[in-house]
Design a binder for this molecule. Structure first.
Ligand code: FES
Length: 172
C-alpha cells in the first residue's frame, strides 16, 4: 500500500489533466518556447501563432506539449485557453496567480507548475519581439517574476545533474 498522500487538486485541475485542451505542436507556429528542464521531466513547450492586426498582434492559436506533472498539464492547458484571441500585450499581463486562480487554486508545492507555464509564455513573447527587433512600450526591459523563476529552476537542475554526474564518476 502506498504511503503517499494524494495532493488536494481542484476538480478543474483533474479534469484538464485527463482531458487537456490545445495539446500538441502547432505546425505553423511563429513562437516556440521551452521552459523547464528536460532532464527532470518538468518541461513545457509552448506554441503560438500570431496574427498582425491594425490594433496590435493577436494570439490566433496556442498549443503546448508538457513533460511535467498533472498541474503542469492543467496550467498549460488553461493558459492556452486564456490567451487565444488576446493581444500579446494583454496576454503578457497574465500572471501565474491568474492561471492558478482559473484552476480553482493549486497546492502551494505546485505553484511552480503555473510559474513554468506563464514563464514560457512571457519568454516566448519577449523572444518574438526580440527577433523582430521591436521593443513595444508595454514590454518591460526587466524580467518578470515568472521568467526569473524559470531561469533559476533551469540553473538549479543543471547544478543538480552536474553534481550527480560527478558523484557517478567518483563511484566508477
Ligand atoms: Fe514540476 Fe509540476 S511541473 S512538479
Amino acid at each position: 500500500m502506498s504511503s503517499r498522500i494524494p495532493l488536494p487538486y481542484s476538480p478543474k485541475v483533474l479534469e484538464l489533466f485527463r482531458n487537456p485542451r490545445n495539446l500538441g505542436p502547432l505546425e505553423d507556429a511563429d513562437v516556440v518556447e521551452m521552459a523547464g528542464s528536460p532532464a527532470c521531466g518538468d518541461m513545457i513547450k509552448l506554441y503560438l501563432k500570431i496574427a498582425h492586426m491594425e490594433d496590435g498582434d493577436y494570439i490566433e492559436k496556442a498549443s503546448f506539449e508538457s513533460y511535467g506533472c498533472a498541474a503542469n498539464i492543467a496550467t498549460a492547458s488553461i493558459m492556452t485557453e486564456l490567451i487565444i484571441g488576446k493581444r500579446l500585450e494583454d496576454a503578457w499581463r497574465i500572471s501565474w496567480k491568474d492561471v492558478s486562480n482559473e484552476l480553482g487554486g493549486l497546492p502551494p508545492i505546485k505553484y511552480h507548475c503555473s510559474i513554468l507555464a506563464v514563464g514560457a509564455l512571457k519568454m516566448g513573447i519577449r523572444s518574438y519581439y526580440r527577433r523582430l527587433g521591436i521593443q513595444p512600450g508595454w514590454l518591460p526591459k526587466d524580467l518578470t517574476i515568472e521568467e526569473k523563476q524559470v531561469i533559476e529552476e533551469e540553473k538549479l537542475m543543471e547544478r543538480y545533474y552536474r553534481s550527480m554526474a560527478s558523484l557517478d564518476a567518483n563511484q566508477g
